[in-house]
Design a binder for this molecule. Structure first.
Ligand code: AMP
Length: 271
C-alpha cells in the first residue's frame, strides 16, 4: 500500500498500460468498502482508493461536522492490500481554492428519494466523482449498491461526460443480522442498533408480498409496520422499476430511508 495526499504524485505513477480501478470512499472503512476493493483488485492492475469526506455533498453542516473520520484506523485496515494506492487529500488538493459545486441536470433520478430530501447532495456527489474520474482516468470505477440511487446517477454522469470508464456496481455487505454496513452505524446505541436490524426485515417483507399485492398496499403495510418499531422514523419507502431510468436494467427495487434516533440510514434490495 502506498499513501499520497497529492493527486499529482499519483498521476506520475499511473502507467498507461495498467488497467486502473478507482474506489471512492469517505473513509471510516468497514467490510463493505473492503469487499469493493477486493473486487477491484481482481479486475485491475492498479487500484486507487480515495479517502475524502467531500464537504460539497453534505446539505447539513452538522452532519458534515460529526461524520466519522479516522485516517489512521482506515490505513490500518488497508494494510492487507499490497497493490493499492491510497489518495487521502485535503480540501485544497481536490478543490484548488474556492471552487463551487457544479450544477447538473440529471432529471428524475435526482428528484426522488435522496434527491428530494437532501437538496444539493447529488450535485455534490457528481462534482467530486467527475473530478476523481478526470484526475485518474480509471478504466473501472466501483460503487456500492447500498447507495443504489447514487450508483444510477454516476452511471448517468459517466454517460454524459463521455469518459471511457466502466461504472461497476458492488453488492451490499451486511452485518450478521442483515443491517447494511455503514460508517454511520457506529452512532447507534444498543437499543437503536436493535431497531436498525429491522430495516432489512421491512424490505424483505415488501419483497415477499410483491407478487400478490399492489405497490400502494405494500407501501401502506410497510409504513404501518415501521410505526411499531422503537426509535425508527421512516423518511421514505419506495418501490422503483429501475428500467424507468436505464432501459437495459430490468429490475425492481425497494428503497428505504429512516432516522433511528439521530442517525439517518438508507438501504435497498432487489425484489
Ligand atoms: P462511503 O464511504 O459511505 O461514501 O461509501 C463509499 C462506497 O462504498 C460507496 O460506493 C458506497 O455505496 C459503498 N458502500 C457503503 N456501504 C457499503 C456496504 N455495506 N456494502 C457495499 N458497499 C458499500
Amino acid at each position: 500500500m502506498r499513501v499520497y495526499s497529492s493527486f499529482k504524485d499519483i498521476v506520475k505513477l499511473v502507467d498507461k498500460t495498467d488497467s486502473i480501478g478507482l474506489v471512492p470512499t469517505m473513509g471510516s472503512l468497514h467490510d463493505g468498502h473492503l469487499s469493493i476493493i477486493k473486487k477491484a483488485l481482481i479486475k485491475d492492475d492498479m487500484v486507487i482508493v480515495s479517502i475524502y469526506v467531500n464537504p460539497k455533498q453534505f446539505n447539513d453542516p452538522v452532519d458534515l461536522k460529526k461524520y466519522p473520520r479516522n485516517l489512521e484506523d482506515d490505513l490500518d485496515k488497508l494494510k492487507i492490500f499490497n497493490k493499492i494506492i491510497v489518495y487521502a487529500p485535503n480540501d485544497r488538493d481536490v478543490y484548488n481554492g474556492k471552487e463551487e459545486v457544479k450544477r447538473y441536470n440529471f432529471g428524475k433520478i435526482t428528484e426522488i428519494m435522496e434527491g428530494r430530501l437532501r437538496p444539493g447532495h447529488f450535485d455534490g456527489v457528481a462534482t467530486i466523482v467527475e473530478k476523481l474520474l478526470y484526475m485518474f482516468k480509471p478504466n473501472n470505477a466501483y460503487f456500492g449498491e447500498k447507495d443504489f440511487q447514487q450508483l444510477l446517477l454516476i452511471k448517468e454522469l459517466a454517460r454524459k461526460i463521455k469518459l471511457d470508464v466502466n461504472i461497476i456496481g458492488c453488492e451490499t455487505i451486511r452485518e450478521r443480522d442483515g443491517l447494511a454496513m455503514s460508517s454511520r452505524n457506529k452512532f447507534l446505541n444498543k437499543s437503536e442498533r436493535k431497531s436498525a436490524s429491522q430495516i432489512i426485515k421491512l424490505l424483505e417483507r415488501a419483497k415477499k408480498t410483491y407478487n400478490t399485492s399492489s405497490p400502494k398496499s405494500i407501501k401502506s403495510d410497510i409504513l404501518k409496520h415501521a410505526n411499531s418499531i422503537d426509535n425508527l422514523k421512516i423518511e421514505y419507502f419506495e418501490i422503483i422499476d429501475v428500467s424507468e431510468f436505464f432501459k437495459d436494467k430490468k429490475e425492481i427495487r425497494a428503497f428505504i430511508a429512516c432516522k433511528i434516533g439521530n442517525t439517518r440510514l438508507i438501504d435497498n434490495i432487489r425484489i
